[in-house]
Ligand binder design. Structure first.
Ligand SMILES: NC(=O)C1=CN([C@@H]2O[C@H](COP(=O)(O)OP(=O)(O)OC[C@H]3O[C@@H](n4cnc5c(N)ncnc54)[C@H](O)[C@@H]3O)[C@@H](O)[C@H]2O)C=CC1
Ligand SMILES: O=C(O)C(=O)COP(=O)(O)O
Length: 526
């Protein structure tokens, strides 16, 4: 069945065309309320949104088929990422498609505030020729303080330098080299507040940036400062800003985003030196076309080919990599599952070694799959997307090693799971038939595929075991499909991996350890 996508915000029609070309069925229903959306979300594999749709944990609860949320734009603060991750839903955005447009809007607001253009326009068109009422300020030679100098902040900085402004930037993640490259001076926040004639915000909304321009921060700004916010409402304390505008400390503000949107009322509204737009930062024909095309391509690539681009909660996988990775993802997950089904105590550490060809693939994705397989016997809800986070939360140390092929296999994955009691290890590969198989357990060579129902036995390598074991199963009516054996040395430790038809009855399993020389018997399911 073709994957089905819902577009729940106003996207350029370019998106629909791309989905359809790529074989994805698409419904366009912008403006649904949250209950209507919750009612239908269960029918979709993908959800394409802008900033209006709120993807909450509650909505995700009913999204049983959902595999991907695509944000046609940058900010994903309207998506509950941890909840999506826990459900295995990939969240992707289009990190560059609207950045020039948004930077231009910040510059536009800066001019609009500096020259009071909206108020002057309204007055002029009302027939009042108030030439003396509107006295602006020049931008040339002024200092612009950029808070958040990422993609958009950097474009704003470039444009501002072209306007002959001096640009200072506060961004803890801005490297001195990048600052030098951009021609901006990297400063601390307090320094920026004390020096800027204009302040423009370009950070995402996070716990650290929320209220970054608080009443306290605003009090540290220069008298006569003008503040532009084209990033997110809530980065600036709107009540405190209004008070600072009323007192005349802040000379003007240009706001595109508000703490509550749609903003039908707001503390800033009505002040003569405030210019507002209704979250139009990304609203140009060019930007909307860019983000719609890009999100539709990315979502289709994922749904049809398994390629992942610009995901917030998973490593990228190209369309070329995806088919190569697929059998190894299955292998990693099954190796993890093998170890997980045998592990009954707390896992301390997981070491994964990738040898040969597989070491050149996206090992982060393989590790995530191995951990998902490992943890699933204990935590049913864990998935490939959430596994690394779940492991981290549980204090499990994950170590990855890559190296050239050393043994008989072109590609080999070895998983070692360390618990309080022991270290368990299993290696596997994928042969040319694309099927994953186990090739070593505890360093003992075997050759077995992963079958739906298996029995794993460890025993002493003594004559007579195989006959007694096969008779026990045969007498109980359990049919053996395949039988794989391995041992470390003659008379040493041996293992048996037996594929059987159907479930292994618990009483039959219970009798295996009573056979002479048997140390352990476990039913496994793959
Ligand atoms: N008004 C609108 O329509 C639009 C608004 N936006 C908003 O603009 C934001 C920025 O977009 P981009 O520049 O593309 O993102 P980006 O990720 O390229 O840049 C964000 C920058 O903020 C910095 N940052 C993070 N935490 C910080 C902190 N505590 N203090 C100072 N800097 C910090 C980061 O280091 C990064 O350099 C988006 O997150 C989105 O919320 C984006 C597009 C349109
Ligand atoms: O891309 C972003 O972060 C934006 O804020 C743009 O929002 P929008 O898609 O115009 O609702």
């Amino acid at each position: 069945m073709a994957p089905r996508v819902l577009i729940s915000d106003s996207l350029s029609p370019a998106a629909v065309a791309i989905f359809q070309e790529r074989g994805v069925a698409v419904d366009v229903k912008p403006g649904l309320d949250k209950d209507e959306l919750a009612r239908i979300i269960g029918d979709y594999d993908g959800l394409a949104i802008r900033s209006a749709t709120k993807v909450t944990a509650k909505l995700l609860e009913g999204a049983s088929r959902l595999k991907v949320v695509g944000r046609a734009g940058i900010g994903v603060d309207n998506v509950d990422i941890p909840a999506a991750t826990a459900k295995g839903v990939i969240v992707m955005n289009t990190p560059f498609g609207n950045s020039i447009t948004t930077a231009e809007h910040a510059i536009a607001l800066m001019f609009a505030v500096a020259r009071q253009i909206p108020a002057a326009d309204a007055s002029t068109q009302a027939g009042q020729w108030e030439k003396n009422r509107f006295m602006g300020v020049e931008i040339t030679g002024k200092t612009l303080g950029v808070i958040g100098c990422g993609n958009i902040g950097a474009i704003v900085a470039e444009r501002a330098l072209g306007l002959r402004m001096r640009v200072i930037a506060f961004d803890p993640f801005l490297s001195p080299e990048r600052a030098l490259d951009l021609g901006v001076e990297k400063v601390e926040l307090d320094d920026l507040l004390a020096r800027a004639d204009f302040i423009t915000l370009h950070t995402p909304m996070t716990a650290q940036t929320k209220n970054i321009l608080s009443a306290e921060a605003l009090a540290k700004t220069r008298k006569g400062v003008r503040i532009i916010n084209c990033a997110r409402g809530g980065l600036v304390d709107e009540v405190a800003l209004r008070a600072a505008l009323d007192s005349g400390h802040v000379a003007g503000a240009g706001f595109d985003v508000f703490t509550v949107e749609p903003a039908k009322e707001n503390p800033l509204f009505g002040h003569p030196n405030v210019v507002c737009t209704p979250h139009l930062g990304a609203s140009t024909t060019e930007a909307q076309e860019n983000v719609a095309l890009q999100v539709a391509e990315q979502m289709s690539d994922y749904l049809i080919r398994g390629a992942i681009t610009n995901a917030i909660n998973f490593p990228s996988i190209t369309a070329e990599e995806a088919p190569k990775l697929k059998p190894f993802i299955a292998l990693a997950e099954k190796l993890g599952s093998f170890a997980g089904q045998l592990t009954e105590t707390d896992i301390k550490e997981v070491r994964i070694t990738y040898e040969g060809g597989v070491a050149g693939l996206k090992i982060k994705a393989l590790t995530a799959a191995a951990i998902a397989g490992l943890l699933r016997p204990a935590l049913q809800d864990v998935n490939v997307v959430s596994a690394p986070i779940v492991a981290k939360e549980r204090g499990i140390v994950v170590e990855e090693t890559t190296r050239a092929a050393e043994g008989d296999f072109e590609s080999l994955i070895t998983l070692e799971v360390v618990t309080e009691q022991m270290t368990r290890s299993i290696s596997g590969t994928v042969f040319h038939d694309g099927k994953p198989r186990m090739v070593a357990i505890k360093g003992i060579k075997v050759d077995a595929e992963f079958a739906p129902s298996m029995i794993y036995v460890t025993n002493e390598d003594k004559p007579g075991f195989i006959g007694r074991f096969a008779s026990l199963l045969g007498n109980a009516g359990v049919n053996i499909a395949t039988f794989a054996l391995g041992r470390d040395a003659q008379g040493g430790s041996a293992i048996a991996l037996v594929e059987v038809d159907g479930e292994v009855p618990a009483d039959v399993l219970g009798q295996i350890p009573a056979l002479p020389g048997v140390k352990q018997a476990k039913a496994l399911r793959f």
